[in-house]
Design a protein around this ligand. Structure first.
Ligand code: SAH
Ligand code: SF4
Ligand code: F3S
Length: 477
């Protein structure tokens, strides 16, 4: 399942192993979509060195863990994973096969060589801005047997040097990183330290990448950035292009039918971008806009640069531009000093705004961030209780958003086969998965669907009558 939002979930890259290839590569991805994008780029960067993807870790000559540092739990997962890899490496050794282990991503950046001291199984530590160096690092480790740690910050170099997507399977919806890093320094967050300061790719580069994707059948593009709406790329006209201008330009690519972007910061929602929700037909009516807390005192301590009232006023302006907007958000409970009253303010804001989707987290103290040193850390039991109460409310909101879609007709972009035979699966403009009986020939197409029911995780519908589609041609036996 690919959900828009920067909330960590675990993915394993899968591709049928090539039995003839000399070397096998296994990549396990944690964290946000920017990591997923980076994992794809790493796989391509290693292809010229003869590495083919395998989903069997025991089969892999090189294992890359692309890691996330956002919360303690995410970071600790890396070490349990490395424990398992040590055993795999030992088992392969007894068969005379070597295994190289690389730790990439945000834990690599944050912990650097500490990782090697804690887990000697690791051969390479490579930060998110140095991924383009991975093939060289692998070659160097192969010849010298040395352990290498590379955690520099040349983002520009990374995008310039990473190879472009390799041809391959049909992909209907694609993510494209356009901005990386963060200068906001929310007091709870590691991203400014793991991804460095804000950097935007040029519109020229982005347009070229999206055009290439379009020629391979991609119909929907989600622009990614830690603060994607702070995007400011140097345009071919010598001007700095804001995100709205980039989206408008991408909307001119004929076969790109849908545009999305994530994650945005409320502070960077400018008028042009808000207006675009009303003007640009291809921009989907879905916005992920984290607010973190409904209490102004906590928002100030978090350094979020806005109050609850300002957030609500902003939402009202965006909804005025696009009345059917589906909103998504991120919320933290148990930030240091959060009282019951502060938490109530968060619940109230959720109830007033109404979210179609949300990601909520218990505050996790991260080493090196200002909030980690604050006194009055909230006890775990209180955090747990608040999270449960919040999630109940959010789930009600999500279900009620989905329910009001039942009986409506929605354009669905079909992405893949469905759960059951004869079914196909797509997404509504509001990002819910939609299951419909229909032919696979519709994958990559948009068709109107009458939504008939809303399940716990997806909608079900029937193809609107009058829509023309061909039955798949059966090959002669
Ligand atoms: N740039 C995005 C968020 C990136 S991190 C933004 O500004 O909103 C994704 C989410 O993880 C954050 O929105 C926040 O809700 C959560 N998060 C970040 N640091 C956290 C921490 N230390 N403890 C708990 N949740 C955290
Ligand atoms: Fe982290 Fe705040 Fe930057 Fe988002 S805006 S990445 S929460 S520091
Ligand atoms: Fe995690 Fe790094 Fe993304 S800390 S959320 S993988 S930017």
């Amino acid at each position: 399942m690919t959900k828009v939002g920067l909330s960590p979930n675990k993915r394993t890259m899968t591709q049928s192993p090539d039995k003839t290839a000399a070397k096998k590569l296994h990549i396990k991805t944690f964290g946000c979509q920017m990591n997923a994008y980076d994992s794809e780029r790493m796989a391509e960067a290693l292809q010229p060195a003869g590495f083919q993807l395998t989903d069997d870790v025991y089969d892999a000559d090189l294992v890359v863990l692309n890691t996330c540092h956002i919360r303690e739990k995410a970071a600790e997962k890396v070490y349990s994973e490395l424990g398992r890899l040590r055993k795999a490496k030992e088992a392969r050794k007894t068969e005379g096969r070597d295994t190289m282990v690389a730790v990439a991503g945000c834990v690599a950046q944050a912990e650097g060589k500490e990782i090697v001291s804690r887990a000697p199984v690791v051969d390479i530590v490579v930060g998110p801005q140095s991924l383009h160096r991975l093939a060289d690092l692998v070659a160097e480790v192969s010849s010298t047997g040395k352990v290498l740690v590379e955690t520099d910050f040349p983002a520009e170099e990374k995008f310039a040097e990473l190879p472009q997507r390799a041809d391959g399977k049909r992909q209907v919806s694609a993510f494209v990183t356009v901005q990386e890093g963060c200068d906001k320094f929310c007091t709870f967050c590691v991203v400014p330290y793991t991804r460095g300061s804000e950097y935007s790719r040029t519109p020229g580069e982005v347009v070229a990448e999206v055009e290439r994707l379009a020629t391979r059948g991609v119909r929907e593009v989600t622009l990614l950035g830690q603060n994607v709406n702070a995007y400011h790329g140097d345009g071919p006209d010598g001007e700095s292009w804001p995100l709205a201008q980039l989206l408008r330009r991408l909307g001119e690519i004929p076969s790109i039918e849908r545009l999305r972007f994530t994650t945005s910061h409320p502070h960077d929602m400018d008028d042009d971008l808000i207006a675009l929700f009303g003007d640009e037909q291809k921009l989907m009516p879905y916005l992920h806009l984290p607010f973190q807390s409904g209490s102004d005192r906590i928002l100030a301590a978090m350094n979020r640069k806005h109050t609850a009232e300002e957030y609500e006023a902003l939402i009202a302006r965006i909804r005025a531009a696009r009345t059917d907007l589906a909103l998504s958000t991120d919320i933290i409970v148990g930030f240091p000093g959060e009282t019951d009253a502060d938490f109530e303010a968060t619940l109230d804001l959720v109830a007033r705004v109404g979210f179609a989707q949300a990601y909520s987290f218990k505050y996790s103290a991260r080493p090196g961030t200002p909030a980690a040193n604050l006194e009055d850390q909230v006890p775990e039991a209180a955090k747990k209780e608040r999270l449960a109460a919040l999630q109940t409310l959010l789930e009600e909101g999500r279900r009620s958003f989905d329910r009001q879609l039942v009986g409506r007709s929605l354009p669905v972009l079909f992405e893949s086969k469905g759960r059951n035979p004869g079914q196909i699966r797509g997404r509504s403009p509001y990002l819910q998965a939609v299951h419909v009986d229909g032919p696979e020939t519709l994958i990559g197409e948009i068709a109107e669907v009458d939504i008939s029911s809303a399940g716990p995780n997806s909608l079900t519908g029937v193809m609107k009558s009058g829509i023309e589609w061909r039955e798949p041609v059966q090959a002669a036996q």
